[in-house]
Write a protein that binds this ligand. Sequence first.
Ligand code: GRF
Length: 216
Amino acid sequence: MDILRVAVLASGRGSNFQAIYEEIDKGRIKATIALLATDNKDAPALQRAQGYGIETLYLNPGEFPSREAFDSAMASALKKRNIGLVVLAGYMRIVTPAMIRHFKNRILNIHPALLPSFPGLNGQAQALQYGVKIAGCTVHFVDEGMDTGPVICQAAVPAYDDDTEETLSARILKCEHRLYPQAVKLFAQGKLEVEGRTVRIKNQKKREEDTLYSFV
Ligand code: GRF
């Protein structure tokens, strides 16, 4: 079987990109990151990719008449490179059908909240404002909605009453760096099956004793 070719789409820092890259680099995920694409020429993720010797692509949204036109160009660039999986990692654009129809159930996203709670921007701040005691992150397939696609996996962390957006975000980010590579690995192993809203994980390990209580 040909090795899975992954494209990472990132608009910013790129710490999730780094976490996935490192797992692939250590041989723990059978895949290769063939492209880092961005809509932001100043994204630190771009420099990171260059440092790793990964091909980069910057598409300037200002040069396209619509979101769909931008996404068509992105989809063509990805198809030209035989990309089998698209990983959104801090990608600050809504992906339109012009991309999704070419990569059905082949686009992943990570969101810093336990979906379906707190979709959209600043999930961590929304959770804090709501007063939740357990927060977390979600990896999901991308559909046409905003953070609405089928959930692949989630990780939970406690939220404390003296948390700030920064402290909670940092705690969640640590989880993201463990969770996202796991999801990419499951995909690369062909272990994910989508049935309606449900993602089935082949040979899933069950650990029913793992309960996270928010109190001490
Ligand atoms: C992460 O918090 C992720 O959940 C959200 O955007 C942030 C990206 O961080 N979608 P990084 O660019 O991967 O460091």
